[in-house]
Design a protein around this ligand. Sequence first.
Ligand code: NAD
Ligand code: MG
Length: 385
Amino acid sequence: MATPKRLLILGSTGSIGTQALAVCAASEELELVGLSAERSWEALVDQARATGVKRIALADQDAAARAGEAWTDGQVLSGAAGLVKLVVESGAELVLNALVGSAGLAPTVATLGEGIDLALANKESLVVGGELVTTLAEATGARIVPVDSEHTALHQLIAGQPPGAVQRLTITASGGPFRGRTREQLQEVSVQEALAHPTWAMGGKITIDSATLMNKGLELMEAHHLFGTPYERIDVLVHPQSLVHGLIQLADGAMLAHLGPRDMRIAISYALHGGESAPLDLAALDLAAIGQLTFEAVDLDAFPCLRLARLAAAAGGTAPCVLNAANEIAVHAFLQGGLRFLEIPEVIERTLSQLGSEPVLSFESLYEADRQARALAGEAVASLR
Ligand code: NAD
Ligand code: MG
């Protein structure tokens, strides 16, 4: 058997991270060399003990100090710089970035800059970093394989076609817990209702993004950067069963669809095995029992986040970074009970109109745009209280 591939998991205590550990435990082709989390140090130390890794990192300095006292079998790195150090010094051949939010950009850049292959769940890195990230990967020869059900589907579908054959891409959306509601009916929805996703169990931030449909806006940009497809050739289609994950359209009008169980381990395993499907112990779909697959258009009046994302994508430059930062602030405020559901797009729209789009000269200009957008979005949230 070939030597196992050395894998580093960033964000190992999260929804994607813990499922990745399960995939890793069941595979003889992967060897874990490090783990990281934001501040849940007890869970991270438990993971380190269970897997035998010798290096972990915590973004929160206090949490790192406590982990260092409790766990003396290896090295504990701390802060954003500790995360980058973990990437650069771990000897990993593959990094899974399962952080949430634009905090994932620096580790993505560190990974690709070192020429290390990246399994990317942190879609925000591509939304914010865009061309700079993909250009960096090209320059160092590192591969980016997505960990996102729709993009895993598209990656697999596109791989089976000759260059230039694919005319259009479609990503599907479940529609979230509020599918079918009008704008009026969304005025007073609660945090609990927004967190009750009909088809997927995920981290809090992406669950709210799925309820506002901002998740599809971010995924539109993710698809654009991963596959080099112009925005006008990427469609979003609501599909409440979440069983068809992506579709491609060929020049003769034929469409190819990717179907599969609603289980993120499929996407995770595909990326951790270098963009190839490997055996997984999951029940196959019983299509006769499912009976029906349905599709509908997105209601952009009730879900303006997707419209805002398309606008920011078309503007380019720093606009997607600004959109993403304002969304992170607004979603956080909503989860804390400090903003109403329909005020999420309002905060984003205000921030976008205040900052507009600047050219992206370097990663520094992105970090600066992110910082400014967070400050302005924070002010917008405060003014709505
Ligand atoms: P999560 O909130 O469950 O986990 C996030 C992980 O990142 C945790 O380990 C946390 O400790 C760590 N983290 C958070 N903020 C950090 C920071 N500032 N610095 C360092 N570490 C930090 O999130 P999730 O649902 O697993 O999502 C992770 C990413 O995967 C997101 O970008 C999400 O959009 C994407 N994704 C998730 C799913 C899913 O099913 N959960 C599906 C598709 C894509
Ligand atoms: Mg997705």
